[in-house]
Design a protein around this ligand. Structure first.
Ligand code: MG
Ligand code: ZN
Length: 349
């Protein structure tokens, strides 16, 4: 009798589990954020980072199809669509075949989908989630593809590619389903189902030169909006950690990492309260060949040296939290990040 009873308990539990919605996915990409960027950021911030609260850590191999040293387009495509491709190319393989992104697959499954970045919204990393172009620098074409896409919410710079175009089209007028907001307050208030927020007409400035609104607030509000009625996918990028690396500027890296760390904290806070949200934090590659070469723990001082003005090929960490986070342990190609996210939304084990 007792066995009979526990059989039904197990059966009803399994039914409950199988009826649960697919998990939300928050993918956070620190462009150019290698271990040295994280380590300097951590020590400069009182020896702490929110990344310490994640459940699992893995390592991602970032090489592209044609180069050991990837660019953000090839590695963005790898993570978004699961294919190793050529540097500079966005959302296509080496034979120019279009690749469907995880954002698009989620949209087909009736998720809400969003993109929040601190670069232009047409820049390589976000573009890999909605565009298919042979060159990452085809910004006006990328903008056109976003205007025809089904992204529910996007935040970033680069409005000029939409309304100051060589073809004289005004894509903002063509995007009739969208509400475009101009401030954090308007963004917070709007009840629209399709929201565009151009933070700057061109490239947003560095954080330490006054970029606003904070990625932390943008992430918090975006998560609120996307989670209202169904499962969601969002990619949040700390875009300019990379630019600090290219500039070999420790202060640039630190200020960008600090903002990204606060945004990650908002994502983690949401995931902890929600219980059905997978958070993944990783990088597309390391930038600057940065080394943490000195400092003082108690005084939160760090010194860094750089060995490159470009990207490097060292593996980058992958931090994960929530349902399916255990999949992200170990060492794997950056394309496997796509595979693992797909496993999660398909509810496989
Ligand atoms: Mg980027
Ligand atoms: Zn770069």
């Amino acid at each position: 009798m007792q066995n009979f009873f526990s059989f039904f308990l197990i059966l009803s539990f399994q039914l409950l589990v199988s009826q649960q919605n697919p998990p939300n996915i928050i993918l956070m990409i620190g462009d150019g954020m290698g271990l040295s960027q994280i380590s300097t950021g951590m020590y400069a911030n009182g020896n702490k980072t929110i990344l310490e609260e994640f459940e699992y850590v893995g390592l991602s191999k970032t090489h592209s199809l044609d180069y050991l040293i990837t660019d953000s387009a090839a590695s963005g495509t790898a993570m978004a669509s699961g294919v190793k491709t050529l540097n500079r190319t966005v959302g296509i393989d080496e034979n120019k075949n279009k690749q469907k992104s995880i954002l698009e697959i989620c949209k087909e499954k009736d998720f809400n989908v969003g993109l929040v970045v601190t670069s232009e919204i047409v820049h390589a990393t976000p573009a890999c989630f909605y565009a298919n172009v042979p060159s990452r620098y085809d910004y006006e074409d990328i903008a056109l593809q976003l205007s025809e896409h089904s992204v529910d919410l996007f935040v970033g710079g680069g409005e000029d590619y939409f309304n100051k175009r060589k073809d004289k089209r005004n894509l903002l007028e063509e995007m009739s389903g969208y509400t475009f907001v101009n401030s954090l307050e308007e963004f917070n208030k709007t009840k629209s189902k399709k929201i565009g927020f151009f933070t700057y007409p061109g490239e947003p400035p560095p954080k330490n030169l006054g970029r606003g609104p904070s990625l932390e607030s943008l992430t918090e509000i975006s998560l609120n909006k996307l989670s209202k009625d169904k499962s969601f996918f969002i990619m949040v990028e700390g875009s300019q950690i990379d630019w600090g690396g290219h500039d070999n500027s420790l202060n640039y890296v630190l200020s960008e990492f600090k903002e990204f760390d606060l945004a990650i904290a908002k994502a983690l806070e949401f995931a902890k309260a929600d219980g059905n949200t997978l958070v993944i934090v990783t990088a597309d590659h390391e930038t600057g060949g940065m080394a943490l070469s000195g400092g003082n723990v108690k005084r939160s001082r760090v010194r860094a040296d750089f060995t490159s003005g470009s990207h490097t090929g060292t593996m980058v960490p992958v931090f994960s939290y929530g349902p399916y986070s255990n999949l992200f342990r170990g060492i794997y190609d950056n394309t496997a990040i796509f595979d693992k996210m797909l496993t999660a939304i398909n509810g496989e084990r």
